[in-house]
Design a protein around this ligand. Structure first.
Ligand code: SAH
Length: 566
């Protein structure tokens, strides 16, 4: 299990120095600061409670630099809902105290000690087992899985009551623990991958040292894996990963089976049999054993490092950042950015998508190299990496999604077609601008790019003419640029043939970004000087109306109904 990067949450400037020291302990952690109260943090948030609850629900370890009571009260409502939880710690603003609060099984005490060491103070460990034995027996290190938590709790309380214990199997992490050892003890900590009847006298820990090689042609693969493990008398938690041939990379059945079993799915070049496939992917394994047609089990002597087995199916996500502000980015996009190994895009947008961790590779390119960027994304993804291509707004609106699909369509490389490709939407500039102005696109509307870089100007003129004639509200992307100075004026001349000078127009510039401006004017007042390439132009239909807002400015909206045509 790979731990997610912790979030260091601070409320004011006073805690920044302590936060930075903790960041030295966890270089991939991000400092979240309350907007308006503290500058120079990695991320700004608006509401403390909402931020903390969201982090908790996303399973992010939380290091909150504030009173323990505040953290407890904030998360209280969520505590009963959840079995597994992320580590949550409160740290005194001045770094003088580290209090692990939640997530005992998620390693909170380990984190408390690490942070304590970084700050030069002792961690406030209160867990009895941990205090007595120097380790949490119920929280074995990654690569090992506890067989049964409830039995485990009883076992630990027996030891706390004075029962001695012996260790069977290899438990290297317990070498430093202060356990009441006795070779003849009735109770034992048993480390092994075989399936056993659970017993109260035994703390059973399974090393994840089993690999199952499998063919996608097997019906019901998850069930087949379970049956094979059972036949081989191996406990299911000992399963480290599934392995299949490269040629089966896009099999949904295999993907679902791995998800159901909760293990990684890895791929290696096809071999003459699944036994040979397993043997070649991890040569130091004991010879794999065939468990029937299309399935083989291999057991290593130690937990398997899944990353070293073949490679993962590559992933490519084309994401939309929304107009700019982080609140308008959809959660799926945030999650995708967090899992990315590589991020590609126009430099301004890649910056907007940050901050990034040191292990994430950024590939910033010029705005015009879209096809090259799309192909580069596939080249990275076929290596098994998780790749993100960023667009502003929505990736399907005059942006990278179509370029990525075009590159894939043109390619006959099966590896490219096997990549796990997903397009994640964002709030497009026309919608973000419309929302701020009211509802100018509240009825039928037409979206056009005024750029003639990739289409002939004559087509733009024709579409403008027909859309204006059809009395659609209009949203213009790419309205003007230094290389295209006259097009907007020409476009307005066409629109004016069908609309009155009083038609409402909304100009949104840098919406959702620092220094944003929003203006409501009329078609008669619209001149190209008011517009630049960072502006969204919305032109109303014959029914669009405006009325004043109490705080100044105007509401603009297009009613949902349309008058009967006489
Ligand atoms: N995929 C983007 C659009 C890319 S085209 C989206 O869905 O929003 C680039 C054009 O979008 C710019 O010329 C401008 O007209 C508009 N635009 C993009 N972001 C904007 C913003 N934050 N505010 C105003 N207009 C924006």
């Amino acid at each position: 299990m790979v731990r997610k990067a912790p979030a260091i949450v601070i409320l004011g400037k006073g805690s920044l120095a302590t936060a930075r020291k903790i960041q030295q302990v966890y270089p991939d952690a991000l400092i979240h600061g309350l907007a308006g109260r503290v500058e120079g943090v990695d991320l700004s948030y608006q509401a403390f409670g909402q931020t903390l609850r969201q982090l908790y629900q996303q399973d992010t370890p939380i290091i909150a630099l504030c009173a323990a009571g505040i953290v407890i009260r904030t998360l209280a409502d969520l505590l009963l809902e959840k079995g597994a939880e992320p580590p949550v710690l409160a740290v005194a603003e001045d770094g003088s105290a580290v209090v692990p609060l939640l997530g005992g099984l998620g390693g909170v005490n380990v984190m408390a000690r690490e942070i304590g060491a970084g700050l030069g103070v002792a961690a406030a460990i209160t867990t009895s087992g941990e205090l007595r034995f120097g380790t949490c027996l119920l929280n074995p290190p990654s690569g090992y899985a506890l067989a049964d938590l409830e039995l485990g709790k009883r076992f630990v309380s027996d030891l706390l009551a004075g029962e001695p214990v012996r260790i069977e199997g290899a438990a290297p992490w317990l070498a430093q623990a202060q356990l009441p050892h006795d070779e003849h003890a009735q109770r034992s900590i048993r480390v092994g991958c075989e399936a056993r009847e659970p017993s109260a006298n035994e703390l059973l820990i399974h090393p994840r040292c089993v690999l199952v090689a499998i063919s996608a042609t097997l019906p019901e693969p998850a069930q087949a894996v379970r049956a094979a493990l059972q036949a081989a008398k191996i406990a299911e938690p000992a399963l480290a990963c599934l392995l299949a041939a490269d040629s089966e990379m896009s099999s949904p059945a295999l993907r679902d089976a791995a998800a159901e079993l909760g293990v990684a799915l890895r791929f290696a070049p096809a071999a003459e049999s699944v036994v040979a496939l397993a043997a070649q992917a991890l040569p130091q394994l004991l010879p794999p054993q065939a468990m029937g047609e299309g399935i083989a089990i291999a057991v290593a002597s130690q937990p398997i490092d899944v990353q070293s087995i073949g490679r993962a199916r590559g992933r490519l996500a084309v994401i939309g950042l929304g107009p700019g502000a982080a609140e308008f980015m959809v959660p799926a996009v945030k999650a995708e950015l967090a899992r990315a190994n590589d991020v590609l895009g126009y430099e301004t947008y890649v910056r907007m998508a940050g901050p990034f961790r040191d292990d994430q590779v950024l590939h910033c390119t010029d705005n015009r190299e879209e096809m090259q960027r799309a192909r580069h994304a596939f080249e990275l993804a076929v290596q098994g990496r998780s790749v993100v291509v960023v667009s502003s707004g929505d990736p399907g609106v005059f942006a990278m999604a179509a370029a990525v699909l075009e590159a894939l369509h043109e390619s006959d490389d099966p590896a490219w077609h096997a990549v796990d490709l997903e397009i994640l939407p964002g709030v497009s500039a026309s919608l973000a601008t419309a929302a701020q102005a009211g509802a100018p696109l509240g009825h039928d509307f037409c979206v056009l790019s005024l750029s003639d870089n990739l289409k002939p100007w004559s087509i733009i003129e024709k579409r403008l003419d027909l859309a204006a004639q059809a009395d659609l509200a209009l949203a213009f992307y790419n309205p003007i640029s230094r290389a295209r100075p006259w097009q907007l004026g020409r476009a307005m001349d066409i629109v004016r043939q069908h609309r009155t000078a009083q038609t409402p127009v909304v100009l949104g510039r840098d919406i959702g970004r620092p220094g944003q401006t929003l203006r409501a004017i009329t078609l008669g007042e619209l001149t190209p000087e008011l517009v630049d390439m960072r502006t969204m132009v919305l032109v109303g239909s014959s029914t669009t109306c405006v009325f004043p807002r109490p705080e100044g400015g105007q509401w603009v909206y297009t009613p949902r109904w349309y008058p009967e045509q006489g």
